[in-house]
Design a protein around this ligand. Structure first.
Ligand SMILES: Cc1cc2nc3c(=O)[nH]c(=O)nc-3n(C[C@H](O)[C@H](O)[C@H](O)COP(=O)(O)O)c2cc1C
Length: 523
């Protein structure tokens, strides 16, 4: 349609009146509350409210007109939402917010409020228009949905806990059965190892529960030097029955000179158990059998050196579209109830907490490799002479109070300390890590001091000149002979921290005192 004139046609006053009536009726009949305020009057009072405002708030127009809208606020109104409105009005800008307001009868409602300034031709604010929407019902549904979602997440989480508990429970029941058979056969001497395995599995179960409860922050405190190859072997051992059932052949390759790493050994065992179980299940489900290859090597790469554990299966592989999501919580391609999709998430979290990296490589139809890279403990490097770091001390002292005192003294000196109360416990520490200095009591509760020292030196030959014996009386003939042979140092009890500190420093520096005749301490 075209017009002959350039100006819009003038509307008759009747038409204008008609249009106004339509507008007023529209504003009056809409379901949302509309109000207008006049900022040029003191305290920006309401000058118009529509009927929906009256219905929503319970206030008649006559009760609202002339008042500032804050009369709708009350005890539960969030002051920060009010401050937000104040600021928007100060800056003369639009605002959309949600705040708790109160009706005339005192009941509360969630007000979804939009405020817009009205401006004259020169851009000056003449009025504010407020649109209010009662969102109480929507809010209630939202809260209900949140609750439902929370419960659903909780359910998934609980099945995750169940999944994490299954491995240790399987081990506990298997070894308990074994122990019963041994008891029936009167093989009581064999029971100790089984009971220890049961205790460790129970401990792992409790760790899993704690992790789900978010009590994970003790990870740092419980770190100790571990030999990764030992943990891998233990985990493979624990699953040996599972491998037989699933017809999985295991191939291993371990670098015999692997340095130690600093980790919570239970957490790390959990990682290996998860990876081995996943691989075994994937192969069994795909073709009823398979080969699991596990290697542990030292690699120099991406800011390494790292101890790298590679867990490879010849299962179905993971499709490229699934690969980026395999570490996501609850992500699983398996039918519901079969797996929770938490094993890899937890494993990745544990590895990352240790400063390591967990990655995955997979080729569909060929298999999958999960690669764990763990940083080498600084002190371990110090021992092998690759890099300086905190020297490692093994303190073997049956007197627990003295053990704690020595431990904290040495830690204050900047050393990394492992404590043991008996010779056999200390042997287990020596199996796991390399130590720079061995501090041992001459009298141990389980094996003689001499026997322990011999075993320690056999396991870590450099300790021959780096052993400090804490002796009540130095004149124990066997020990004296041994000290002479190995060049160890004796510190007599009671000793001062100064003497002990000095002796440790000398020992670390290669021992300034003559072998077997430490100055000022033993004669
Ligand atoms: C157009 C307009 C509508 C408003 N509507 C409401 C409302 O529905 N509920 C409310 O709590 N406050 C509302 N306010 C905000 C209050 O009037 C007031 O600006 C706010 O409480 C901040 O100022 P004060 O700190 O002086 O109270 C509205 C303000 C304007 C300008």
């Amino acid at each position: 349609m075209t017009s002959a004139s350039s100006k819009p046609p003038r509307r008759s006053s009747q038409a204008v009146e008609g249009a106004r009536r339509v507008r007023d009726e529209a504003i009056a009949s809409v379901g949302v509350g509309i109000l207008i305020t006049d900022p040029h009057q003191p305290d920006n009072p309401i000058i118009y409210v529509n009927p929906a405002f009256e219905r929503m708030t319970g206030y008649a127009a006559a009760e609202a007109l002339g008042r500032n809208c804050r009369f709708l606020q009350g005890a539960g109104t969030d002051p920060s939402a009010v401050a937000e409105i104040r600021q928007a009005l100060k800056e003369e800008r639009d605002l959309r917010t949600e705040l708790l307001n109160y009706r005339k009868d005192g009941s509360s409602f969630w007000n979804e409020l939009t405020i817009s300034p009205l401006r004259d031709a020169k851009g000056r604010v003449t009025h504010y228009v407020g649109i209010i929407n009662d969102r109480t019902e929507r809010k209630r549904v939202e809260q209900h949905l949140q609750q439902v979602e929370k419960l659903a997440a909780l359910g998934t989480l609980l099945s995750g806990v169940a999944h994490e508990l299954n491995n240790p429970l399987f081990i506990i029941s298997g070894y308990a059965q074994l122990a019963r058979e041994k008891i029936n056969q009167g093989r009581y001497d064999d029971l100790k190892g089984d009971l220890e395995t049961i205790r460790e599995a129970a401990q792992r179960a409790s760790t899993a529960v704690n992790r789900f409860l978010g009590i994970g922050s003790r990870a740092e405190a419980r770190r100790e030097l571990c030999r990764v190859d030992d943990l891998v072997k233990q985990a493979l051992d624990l699953l040996s029955n599972d491998f037989v059932i699933h017809q999985v052949t295991v191939r291993t390759q371990f670098d015999p000179t692997l340095p130690s790493i600093l980790a919570d050994s239970q957490d790390l065992s959990q990682v290996f158990l998860n990876l081995f179980t996943n691989a075994s299940q994937a192969m069994a489900e795909a073709h009823g059998r398979g080969t699991l290859s596990v290697s542990a090597t030292l690699i120099q790469d991406q800011g390494g050196p790292w101890v790298e554990v590679r867990v490879s299966d010849d299962g179905p592989g993971i499709a490229p579209e699934h690969l980026p999501r395999i570490f996501d919580p609850f992500y699983t391609t398996k039918p519901l109830g079969r797996r929770t999709g938490l094993g890899l998430t937890i494993s990745q979290r544990i590895v990352t907490e240790l400063g390591g990296i967990l990655t995955c490589e997979s080729v569909v139809g060929q298999g999958t490799s999960l690669i764990v890279r763990l940083p080498i403990a600084q002190h371990s490097l110090a021992v092998v002479g690759e890099k300086p770091g905190a020297p490692m001390m093994l303190v073997v002292e049956p007197d627990l109070e003295l053990q704690a005192d020595i431990g904290s003294y040495l830690e204050r000196q900047g050393y990394c300390v492992t404590r043991a109360g008996s010779g056999l416990v200390a042997v287990r520490s020596l199996e796991r890590a390399r130590y720079d200095v061995l501090l041992m009591d001459a009298m141990l509760p389980d094996i003689t001091g001499e026997e322990f020292a011999r075993r320690a030196v056999a396991m870590q030959p450099w300790l021959a000149g780096r052993t400090i014996v804490l002796a009540g009386k130095e004149n124990v003939p066997d020990l004296q002979r041994f000290l002479k042979e190995t060049g160890s140092t004796v510190v007599c009890k009671p000793f001062s921290w100064q003497v002990l500190g000095q002796r440790v420093r000398e020992t670390l520096l290669g021992g300034s005192a003559a072998p077997g005749s430490p100055s000022g301490v033993a004669k």
